[in-house]
Ligand binder design. Structure first.
Ligand code: B12
Ligand code: SF4
Length: 520
């Protein structure tokens, strides 16, 4: 029997990290990283396993020193902290293994600090390693030959996590994405053939999340709608589960823009209680979309703005990713992006400068062209040397646009054009259910009202900038007067909290108080 500890290291500040917002809602992290409870479930029962998420608790290095195996996961924005932790552990002679998105693309990053590295998925290699380790024959590198059969993935051990500290739960329906964006490492690691869990598996996971007290979950798929016929069936089953249990879990996820072309799919998503979706828009510059092989954003008669409006009209709020610095981007790209965001009424856009992730086709192409500069990363926020503008122009344009996107007046104008004049309606199937079940209606509305009041007071007490406080107060009260609906008020106040994070981040970058935070 082995004593195994799996660690998720502290994240650096990031767009999605919500670091500035979390204290306002008394949470420590956005969501638990999905791999930790999954790896625990893949560990044979005879071993003793502990999960530590440094984002919600301190690491006790003396405890880790007593473990037989310490495993680290991590993505790009954790790599430096991963290295620090490994250094500490090596001083104590601990046997260390590393897996996850970063080491998968940059295998030599941790050098000798990692005794074993895992490349890509690990449903087969993790148990294989554990039996090799028992036999004293573990190798230095494990990589699965075949992609994981998702229908055989076990129920994650959420019970080993301190769920009360997270804003959302995490759950995965599928892996893989059929598209071929040049910059994307997801398809390098998880492939282009979408693989789904069965409805029974997904529903068991939703049950487990519900039992852990979660009310919102992030469906952490690469692209939820990669296989449309299969996901539609799964969504029907999730929708039936939601109805059976009175819509206990709100869901959100990531999907490609072709969602807008499928009315049935959008309807099924709302029936399954999805309220928002993150879409990789990247750019309205069609030349750049072609360059990066994001053809799904070009196809069809309708414009990107019209497609976003269709998704919103179906009851799904759109969040999006934007990228500047493609080879076809000149100095006009910043204006183009700003105009697109204005017209699309998207309040949350994750803006990044194009970065070349190792092992991607973009990385190979730019390396061949001599346009990669790893050393310049700290100064310019990206390893890519742009084609049509200088690095300084890209960096300053990025900073300015970042600030403009989160400028309070502009942000709330977009939000109000969606929620007030646009009369945006989310969670309609749940509202319909509540109308037929008055007790559920009363409970749901009371909970949302109480939570809204808590967030409102927290904003008024904790936000130091009086101008921002006043704006949050005015806008929230105006919304409530015009739409006196507790779920809408709750969503709107959460948006104030998230705005606070993104606004603060943009300010810190503009004032050079934080280093450049790129999306990667
Ligand atoms: C859902 C998702 C999110 C969610 C949830 C993130 C979270 N904290 O869990 C949200 C939207 C919040 C998010 C945010 C960000 N994300 Co994200 N995200 C994803 C996505 C689509 C799925 C991740 C996931 O949960 N997969 C399911 C789990 C089960 O898979 P897994 O972690 O890979 O684990 C498997 C294997 O890797 C392996 N494994 C993993 N760890 C270990 C450890 C050991 C010891 C072993 C043996 C095996 C092992 O075993 C698991 C089972 O097979 C990935 C894309 C992808 N497919 O990787 C991007 C991805 C991980 N995100 C990425 C980035 C950059 C970010 C942000 C920094 C973006 C930003 N600027 O804000 C932030 C970080 C914010 C934060 N503090 O959380 C990048 C990372 C790049 C890299 N190669 O390092 C990815 C790869 C996407 C991309 N290319 O842009 N993300
Ligand atoms: S749509 Fe998203 S996940 Fe799919 S290849 Fe493009 S960037 Fe990657």
């Amino acid at each position: 029997m082995a004593d195994i500890v799996l660690v998720n290291p502290r994240f650096e500040l990031s767009y999605w990290g919500f670091e500035h917002a979390l204290p306002l809602v008394r949470k420590r992290a956005n969501l638990p990283t999905a791999c930790l409870p999954l790896l625990a479930a893949l560990t044979p029962e005879k071993h003793h396993i502990t999960l530590i998420d440094e984002n919600v608790e301190e690491i006790d290095f003396a405890r880790l020193a007593r473990a037989d195996i310490v495993g680290l996961t991590g993505m790009s924005v954790q790599r430096e902290r991963m290295q620090e932790i490994l250094r500490e552990l090596k001083k104590r002679g601990v046997f260390c293994v590393v897996g996850g998105p970063w080491v998968t693309v940059q295998e030599d990053y941790f050098e000798d600090f990692a005794d074993v590295i895992f490349i890509g998925e690990a449903e087969e290699t993790w148990p294989e390693f554990l039996s090799d380790w028992e036999a004293g024959q573990s190798r230095a590198r494990y990589e699965q030959k075949d992609r994981t059969d998702m229908t055989r993935v076990p129920l994650p051990r959420y019970d080993l996590l301190k769920m009360q500290h997270y804003l959302f739960g995490s759950v995965q329906f599928s892996r893989g994405c059929p598209f071929q964006c040049e910059f994307c490492d997801i398809i390098v690691t998880f492939g282009r053939r979408p693989r789904l869990k069965t409805s029974e598996q997904v529903i068991r996971e939703l049950e487990a999340l519900r039992a852990s007290g979660m009310g919102i979950a992030f469906v952490v798929d690469d692209n939820l709608i990669g296989n449309k016929p299969a996901i539609k069936q799964l969504l029907r089953d999730v929708a039936a589960w939601q109805v059976r249990h009175g819509f206990p879990l709100l869901l959100t996820t990531e999907a490609s823009i072709d969602l807008a072309d499928d009315e049935e799919l959008m309807r099924l998503m709302t029936e399954a209680n999805f309220i928002s979706v993150f879409v990789g828009i990247e750019t309205p510059n069609e030349e750049s979309l072609r360059e990066t092989k994001k053809f799904q954003n070009l196809r069809s008669e309708r414009s990107l703005v019209e497609k976003v409006h269709s998704i919103q009209a179906a009851g799904l709020e759109v969040w999006c990713g934007l990228i500047v610095g493609f080879d076809h981007d000149d100095a006009n790209v910043f204006d183009l992006q700003r105009e697109f965001i204005e017209k699309s009424r998207i309040s949350h856009s994750m803006l990044g400068m194009l970065s070349a992730i190792p092992k991607t086709p973009l990385h190979a192409r730019l390396a061949a062209e001599g346009r990669l500069d790893e050393e310049g990363q700290a100064e310019f926020g990206t390893n890519v040397i742009p084609a049509l503008i200088s690095r300084e122009e890209l960096r300053e344009g990025y900073r300015t646009l970042q600030q403009e996107l989160h400028e309070p007046q502009a942000y709330f104008d977009r939000l109000d054009r969606l929620y007030l004049t646009g009369n945006f309606r989310f969670a309609q199937p749940r509202a319909k259910y509540w109308r037929k079940h008055p007790w559920a209606w009363l409970r749901g509305h009371s909970q949302d009202l109480a939570a809204s009041l808590g967030i409102f007071l927290s904003l008024m007490v904790n936000v130091k900038d009086a101008r921002l406080r006043r704006l949050y107060r005015q806008r929230a009260l105006r919304l409530f007067r015009q739409r006196p609906d507790p779920p809408v008020l709750f969503a709107y106040l959460l948006k104030c909290v998230i705005h606070y994070h993104h606004y603060t981040l943009a300010q810190q970058m503009t004032r050079r108080e934080s280093r450049l935070v790129n999306t990667f």
